[in-house]
Write a protein that binds this ligand. Structure first.
Ligand code: FE2
Length: 261
């Protein structure tokens, strides 16, 4: 029953994305978002299963994963950028377009509320502490899943598989060894990075490393570990003493998360 409902929402998402994919010249940007969405859905389902959340949270997490980036399509079409600061909050756009296109038709009201909350909050820096527990769980699953797939997208980008598309890395400055001391200091303090501080490509990589601090579920940490993303990123960063210290700190943090019950 719930799988059929998720499939119906998935079909609505595909119907919504379809016309964008055939836009002349911009297929790459939209295809990236469709592939991202499908992977976030799969990761969310994995985290929800492994974390033994209630069925309603599992269902809402899969639907929210499907809809979290709906707003990216109209955002790119109108503004030709994925940078929210220069265009519009894409999470708010996702909520608006999901409702406008009736993508949540026949989704029960309580599930719908969790989905919309999680979609709206998927890109905020920190989640409000006052959320109802189920909505909080759905938002956390979607945020972890989103980050885990963006790790992969960024690594593919940094390893130059698709270097011609600057939107992926949001126009950071390329340089083999430069990075910002304030970005590093934040990470050593256990803080999640801030897009506004990013100048160099290595700052961006450091910010992505810092997402480890923001992962909510042990299963998410396990996936990050198994996929080896942090090692891949550190291998592409300069090998100076400060960054080797950071690498040790991050490796210890991940090991501790994996050992937690
Ligand atoms: Fe997003």
């Amino acid at each position: 029953m719930s799988e059929a409902l998720v499939e119906r929402v998935a079909e609505r998402f595909q119907d919504f994305a379809g016309p964008y994919l055939s836009e002349p010249g911009d297929g790459f940007a939209y295809r990236l978002k469709v592939e991202h969405t499908n992977r976030v859905r799969a990761i969310a389902s994995d985290i929800a299963s492994a974390s033994c959340v209630p069925d309603r949270v599992h269902l809402a997490a899969r639907i929210a994963a499907l809809l979290h980036d709906v707003g990216r399509f109209p955002q790119y079409k109108q503004y030709r950028t994925f940078r929210d600061a220069e265009s519009a909050n894409h999470a708010a756009l996702s909520v608006r377009h999901a409702l406008r296109e009736d993508m949540l038709d026949d989704v029960p009201r309580d599930i719908r509320r969790m989905v919309l909350g999680a979609v709206f909050l998927h890109n905020v820096r920190t989640l409000p502490t006052t959320l109802p527990p189920d909505t909080l769980a759905v938002a956390r699953i979607v945020r972890d899943s989103d980050k885990l797939d963006i790790f992969r997208v960024m690594i593919a980008h940094f390893s130059q598989e698709d270097p011609e598309h600057p939107e992926v890395a949001l126009h950071v400055k390329p340089h083999p060894t430069a990075y910002s001391q304030d970005v590093l200091a934040g990470l050593l303090n256990g803080e999640t990075g801030d897009y506004r501080r990013i100048v160099w490509v290595n700052d961006f990589k450091l910010m992505v490393v810092g997402w480890l601090y923001d992962l909510n579920y042990q299963r998410s940490c396990q996936m990050l570990h198994d996929l080896g993303y942090l090692d891949t990123i550190f291998e592409s960063l300069p090998k100076d003493p400060q960054l080797l210290d950071l690498r040790r700190q991050i490796t210890t943090h991940l090991a501790r998360r994996l050992a937690d019950d």
